[in-house]
Design a binder for this molecule. Structure first.
Ligand code: KG4
Ligand code: ZN
Length: 372
């Protein structure tokens, strides 16, 4: 590990605004000091999904109070910080813009280095706050409302390689859509998880996408499953029969987690990696956690899943990755850091053009490019 120009146990504040959660976390090295989250999820519920414009406005209102709450919870002053990290992407453009602008303003005013980081790499790195340093390489299964990917990370700050991803819907999106068909509200994951516990996962056999012998080994597809479940429900309704909601939830959930765990274990075996990290909102799913534990144990693979509160979007994950950047002496971002709604997963962080490792460099930058 390169600690030459880094700081041991850096104190970093992280800002996350890629979707509907305004998250501000503070960490010291791999220790969590504060995790303040303000969510606008209830405002979106009646629309059945996140409305970007509403999310952006909610971030704007929540930003400063959430930062203040995090500083208070951590019992530190902003001037104590070694750096400020922020999600630069991927995510909703307008929502990301609120976070990156706030991070720039705080970093500039405080004279602290700014680190624009990748949301997906943050979802992986957050596990350091729970289970200590990530082994290298780490295999990560990232499953959220926006993403479903298998990633091999030899170095979470600089080297993240996509193994596979969904070719259509994300896993969480499938949960949300099926919940909508069942009139269970939004977001769908937690309620399906709860109902499935009282249902029979073998009641209905729903298709397992991309599991044929000629299919790509690590890619996922959930849109066929979604359609199959929706048709099955519709047929029941058309026949005037009652829909067995618990059995549908359990059987649908089983189809999703069966494929996710099967492919993740296979990727670990193929790459000779003996650890599997699972992150993203869907990692909060109780059946996914149980099946992953069962299958990984059989394969001699250790599973690392953060507690549910750290799996869904939060600021602590951004702070965790930011702290790792500082510890390893990675280059800070320039003041012209821009939000990139489709930031590739292969870019864990967005360094500045100057690639300065010096903490003084923030003072050398002219005010001219602060607003570009
Ligand atoms: O990571 P996250 O908070 O936001 C995104 O970056 O998308 O993930 C939110 C997604 C939603 O689709 C939600 O339905 C799903 O995670 N989710 C779950 C559970 N808790 C949240 N899915 C399945 N089971 C859960 N317990
Ligand atoms: Zn996320």
């Amino acid at each position: 590990m390169n600690l030459v120009s880094g700081i041991d146990e850096p104190l970093v504040l992280g800002i996350e605004t890629s979707c509907d959660e305004t998250g501000v976390g503070i960490v010291r090295g791999t220790t969590l000091l504060a995790d303040a989250v303000a969510s606008s999820v209830d405002t979106h519920a009646r629309f059945g999904g996140v409305v970007p414009e509403i999310a952006s406005r909610a971030h704007l209102e929540a930003m400063v109070p959430t930062i203040q709450r995090a500083l208070k919870d951590a019992g530190i002053a902003a001037s104590d910080l070694d750096g400020i990290a922020v999600t630069a992407g991927p995510g909703l453009a307008g929502a990301l813009l609120v976070g990156t602008t706030a991070a720039k303003a705080y970093a500039y005013a405080l004279g602290k280095p700014l680190y624009g980081v990748n949301h997906l790499a943050s979802h992986i790195c957050v596990d350091q706050l729970e289970h200590g340093k990530l082994p290298e390489p780490t295999m990560a299964l990232l499953v959220s409302g926006g993403h479903s990917s298998l990633l091999l990370a030899p170095d979470i700050t600089s080297d993240v390689r996509p193994m596979g991803a969904t070719i259509d819907d994300a896993a969480g999106e499938a949960f949300d859509k099926i919940a909508r068909v069942l009139h269970l509200g939004f977001p769908g994951g937690p309620v399906i998880d709860r109902l499935a516990r009282e249902g029979d996962p073998k009641a209905i056999h729903f298709p397992r996408g991309l599991t044929g012998s000629r299919d790509p080994a690590y890619d996922f597809s959930f849109s066929g499953l979604k359609t199959a479940v929706a048709r099955w429900i519709e047929a029941k309704r058309n026949a005037g029969e009652e829909v067995p909601v618990r059995d549908v939830a359990a059987s649908f959930q089983e189809a999703v987690v069966d494929v996710l765990t099967r492919k993740a274990v296979r990727a670990c075996k193929d790459e000779g990696v003996d650890h599997l990290m699972i992150g993203g909102g869907v990692a909060a799913n109780s059946r996914l956690r149980a099946l992953a534990a069962e299958r990984c144990e059989k394969a001699g693979i250790k599973v690392r899943v953060p507690r549910p509160g750290l799996c869904t979007d939060n600021g602590a994950m951004v702070a965790a990755l930011g702290a790792e950047m500082v510890a390893r002496g990675r280059a800070a971002s320039d003041w012209d850091l821009s939000a990139d709604s489709s930031l590739p997963v292969t870019e864990p962080h967005v360094p500045g053009h100057s690639h300065s490792h010096s903490h003084d460099h923030v003072h050398e930058i002219s005010k001219d490019n602060l607003y570009s």
